[in-house]
Design a protein around this ligand. Structure first.
Ligand SMILES: C[S@@+](CC[C@H](N)C(=O)[O-])C[C@H]1O[C@@H](n2cnc3c(N)ncnc32)[C@H](O)[C@@H]1O
Length: 282
């Protein structure tokens, strides 16, 4: 569909076209136009008749077209808020989801109640979980790993920008963790858990596939973490994992088979079973 750039459009006309011609939500259109202008969103309301110059109009048209083609807003703006933190993002790292805040809430509850101090976040991506925990619980010694060096680059940048000290290491699950840095009081992870043939993947095509997909109906990485965790967990330590809303029973069963206790699942903000945790005693 052609986007008619002439006559030069005002702020309100550009927003109208982005929404009605290209089908963007009003919020997305405003955020992209504010970004193209280099102004806060409130500026659009103060100056609705302003006519941006041709370069800004062109930038906005390109952003609008990419958004209409399905590119996530967070990859266009390069930002996403998570647990009150402004995280910078690139397409190398998964966009953190509000569902994952349930895992952070639970981690903070355990840290407060059980004085957990050594914390590990496996598959940290943008650093979302590890940085949220460190920001809320500064006394904790937080470690975070990922198999992707590009994702770790995003996480390290976020830690530096936010002034949060987290130890990052690269490698496949526990292979990344130096032997002398355990045991941990709490291990958390939001690993890939979507089955390779899941129809939802089409809508997630802009995000890294290795961050989303796991074999064995999406359970392979969850099971590997459950199986390996005992070597790295302190006596009486906790492990909490995010999973798909239909995977809770399989995850609880695996914890049970591997001798964990106090196995429990919790729901996300949408009321779906989203995280499962357990403790391990000698
Ligand atoms: C679902 S994303 C979660 C990212 C981030 N923790 C969050 O919640 O937004 C899963 C993460 O696990 C990482 N990952 C995938 N396979 C891995 C492996 N074998 N070892 C370590 N990390 C892995 C991916 O690179 C990705 O960053």
């Amino acid at each position: 569909m052609a986007f008619d750039p002439s006559p030069p459009a005002s702020i309100q006309n550009l927003l109208h076209r982005a929404c009605h011609t290209w089908g963007l939500s009003r919020l997305d259109a405003e955020l992209l136009l504010a970004m193209a202008l280099g102004k806060p969103r409130s500026w659009l309301y103060a100056w609705p008749e302003h006519i941006p110059g041709p370069a800004i109009q062109e930038t906005f048209i390109q952003l609008t077209q990419q958004r209409a083609a399905g590119k996530p807003l967070a990859y266009l703006t390069g930002h996403k808020e998570f647990y009150g933190l402004d995280l910078q993002l690139s397409p190398d790292a998964l966009i953190p989801r509000p569902d994952t805040e349930t895992l952070v809430d639970t981690a903070i509850e355990i840290i407060d109640r059980h004085k957990a101090r050594r914390i590990l976040d496996l598959g940290t991506g943008s650093g979302a979980i590890a940085l949220a925990i460190k920001s809320q619980c500064p006394a904790c010694d937080v470690w975070a790993s990922d198999v992707s060096s590009q994702a770790l680059g995003v996480a390290r940048n976020n830690a530096k920008r936010l002034g949060l000290s987290v130890h990052f290491c690269q490698g496949c699950w526990f292979d990344a963790i130096p032997m002398n840095c355990g045991p941990f009081d709490l291990i958390v992870s939001n690993p890939p858990y979507i089955a390779p043939d899941d129809g939802h993947l089409e809508a997630l095509s802009h995000e890294p596939r290795h961050a989303l997909v796991a074999h064995n109906h999406g359970l392979a990485d969850l099971f590997e973490i459950i199986d390996q965790t005992p070597k790295y967990l302190a006596d009486g330590g906790f492990v909490w994992l995010e999973h798909g809303h239909t995977q809770g029973a399989a995850v609880r069963e695996r914890f049970h088979e591997r001798g964990y206790q106090a196995i429990e699942s919790r729901h996300d903000l949408a009321g779906l079973e989203r995280i499962t945790g357990a403790r391990l005693y000698p």
